[in-house]
Design a protein around this ligand. Sequence first.
Ligand SMILES: [Zn+2]
Length: 284
Amino acid sequence: MPELPEVETVRRSLLPKLAGHTITGVEIFWPRAVRYPEPEAFAAAIRGRRVEDLERRGKHLIIHLSGEQSLVVHLRMTGRLLYRDEGDEVSPYTTVLFHLDGGKALHFVDVRKFGAMHLVCAEEWDQVQSLRGLGVEPLSEEFTPAYLAAMLEGGRGPVKGRLLNQQRIAGLGNIYADEALHRAGIFPGRPAGSLSPVEVERLHAAIREVIAEGLAHRGTSVRDYVDGDGRAGAFQERLRVYRRTGRPCLRCATPIRRTVVAGRGTFYCPQCQEETGTGAGPQE
Ligand SMILES: [Zn+2]
């Protein structure tokens, strides 16, 4: 699933292309992709709007349009937003197709069809349930070691579960949580409240580091993710644990293992990330 670095890369790739275009029409091939308003009202309301800016919050891409409307796009598992020429081939997995002025088009291609779009004005933001109560951005100043400590404090459930909670940290998902926990030397199933202050500090630094590196390498393409030009990211070449089951840990050469934590496939090094952490963390 696209996480913060992937959605931000899509935003950066699309912004210079989409900005200034007017949406001249929309074809909805999969009505459930349009969550709000009803597809017919959606199509009528978006026609004639000009793209003014693109923003990202957590894993949401927000396309600000003229007339104080915003198109909130959640790519979910496999969604892709592709900027194309009018007349280019339309994939059978296209759920929504926006026609733009100047002979261009924006294709929302989504193999698994979990992706969702909302067209909202300022008073309707609450219609986008996943935006409600969204947590801090991990690269923002609000995300401090003290914030992380407070959100983990007293937690009996696995630390990874807290990291994935979008109402605590927005945009962090399965790939970058596993990578951050490995870099911090913390087993993902450790109770959140069992981390020592030094481990919290290390985890905080690791989260910012993996997100920043993911962004610098334009995201991770392990499945469907590509940017708005159809280009794959490169961070998959730098993953240390995610989807590396059986391959040697890049720090200690122990084979990486896969388990399930917080209901999610989870990758870790049994040597660097001891299940019964002492709170001291790995020896350097
Ligand atoms: Zn290791």
